[in-house]
Design a protein around this ligand. Structure first.
Ligand code: HEC
Length: 104
């Protein structure tokens, strides 16, 4: 593995407490990047209100709209659809951020 400078000169290695921070920062950065990739691939918007969800469900029951297939979408905190159209909301809540640019 990596050579510690202290082992070459024979002096005592630095206390491990001082070496912990770069490692914590490194792992945090990696976790952040991974979270970003996962959210880009699977993250999506929420339906803003439960009334809108219910409105879409009512349309499905009246056979005015198709039931949407369940998909694995991670709700991104704060990423809420602002449309006033429950159909648009319901459809967009099934979409992942990776897919936005294919239509918009
Ligand atoms: C399958 C195609 C498709 C995908 C994928 C898609 N959209 Fe849309 N989006 C639409 C359509 C169609 C409309 C309605 C356009 C209109 O009414 O003028 C719309 C409308 C919107 C609006 C405007 C809503 C309003 O009230 O005017 C926003 C904002 C939006 N989309 C964001 C997104 C985001 C963010 C994503 C990714 C999660 C996304 N869209 C993915 C097709 C898509």
């Amino acid at each position: 593995m990596s050579q510690r400078p202290g082992t070459l000169t024979g002096s005592a290695p630095a206390p491990s407490r001082r070496r912990r921070w770069p490692r914590i920062v490194g792992w945090s950065a990696l976790a952040l990047v991974l979270a970003g990739v996962v959210l880009y691939a699977f993250g999506g918007m929420w339906v803003r209100t439960s009334e809108m969800r219910a409105a879409y469900q009512a349309m499905v029951e009246r056979h005015e709209q198709p039931a949407l297939p369940a998909r694995f979408v991670v709700p991104v905190p704060g990423c809420v659809c602002h449309s006033n159209d429950p159909v648009l909301q319901a459809q967009h809540a099934r979409r992942r951020l990776r897919e936005c640019s294919s239509c918009h």
